[in-house]
Design a protein around this ligand. Sequence first.
Ligand SMILES: C[S@@+](CC[C@H](N)C(=O)[O-])C[C@H]1O[C@@H](n2cnc3c(N)ncnc32)[C@H](O)[C@@H]1O
Length: 331
Amino acid sequence: MTETTANLMNGKCGAIQAKDIVSTFRVHFLAMCRLNTLPWKLLETELKQGRSSELIVDILNQTCLHKVCVQHPPSVKYRRLFLQELIKMHESTTAEPLDELYDALSEVLCLGKESIFYKSYFLPSGDTVSLTESQAVISEGTTGLVTWEAAMYLTEWALENPHLFSGTTLLELGSGVGLTGIALCRHCKPKKYVFSDFHPSVLQKLEANVELNSQDLPDVAVSVEELDWENVSEGRLRDIGADTVIAADVVYDPDIVDCLVSLLSRILRSSKDSSQPNVYIASTIRNPETYSFFKKKLTGAGVTHSIITGPTSEIFPYNRLSSIELIKLHL
Ligand SMILES: C[S@@+](CC[C@H](N)C(=O)[O-])C[C@H]1O[C@@H](n2cnc3c(N)ncnc32)[C@H](O)[C@@H]1O
C-alpha cells in the first residue's frame, strides 16, 4: 500500500493529504468507480478545517472539468449524482454557494441520456486509456463488458515488468474491453498483440476501444480476433505464434474450466522455435472451490504452476483487499 493510500485510509489530513484527496477524486471519478468509494469522509474533514471553496473548486477542475472528462466523459447520470453530492458536501459547511458547481450541474442536467460513455484509467506516465464499457457488471449475457480487478492487477504487474513483453508476440485470452492489452502495448513494446474473445458484443466493444486508442499504439501490430477456447485448431495457434499468453479473470465458471485448461495445456505444448510459451493467468478468487477445481484440472493435464509476486504499485482504483493471484504455468 502506498503512503498516500495509507494516509487516506488513516484519515490523516493536512496540506499534502488535501492534494491526495483531489487526485483520488480524479482517478476514481474518471474510472467511474462507485460513488461511495470516493473519499467523501476525508473531504468532509478537510472542509471542516476551513479550506472549503478552494478545495471544492480543485476537485471540480480535476473531475467534471478535467480535459479527459470533456473528451471522454463518464455517464451523464454518474456526473449528475457526483455533482449533487459535491454540492451537498460543500453546502453542509457554512460556505457560500459556489457558482462554478451550479454551472457544471446545470450543464449536465441539460444533457439527455447518452448511448456511449467512457471510463478512463490513468497510467504512470500520466496518459489515460479511455474505454467504452457497460455500467452493469453483467450485461447482454456476458461479464466481458467491464474491466475487472484481475485485469487491473495483471496490468500493474506487466507495467512493472516490461522486459517480459518487449519484442514478443502476445496472445490475450478473454480480453474483455481491452485495458490490459492497450496499456501493455503502450508501455511494454510488444512486437505483436492479439486481443481475443468469443462474445459478439464484447468483440464489438473491444474493437471500438482498440480503435479509440489506436493513435497511441503506433509500433505494435495489433489485431482483435474471435477465439473461442472450445474451438481453437493447432493451425490457428501456430499462425498466432505467441511467445507469451496472458489472461485475466477467466476462472469464474466451473463449466468453462475444462475447455480453458485443455487450451492452456495445448498452448504450452505448442512450442515455438523449441521454446515453451510463457503463460500468465491472473484470477480474482471469489469462489475458492472453483479456483481449486481449476488448479486440480491443471495438475490433471500435466501442467504445474508457480505463484508470481503481484504488483507493488497502485496505479488503478480497485479494492486492494480483494484476493487476486497471478500464476505462471509450466509443463
Ligand atoms: C470476467 S470477464 C474478464 C474480462 C477481462 N479479461 C477483464 O479481466 O476485465 C471473462 C471474459 O472471458 C470471456 N470468455 C468466457 N468464455 C470464453 C470462451 N469459451 N472463449 C473465449 N472467451 C471466453 C468472456 O467473453 C469475457 O470477456
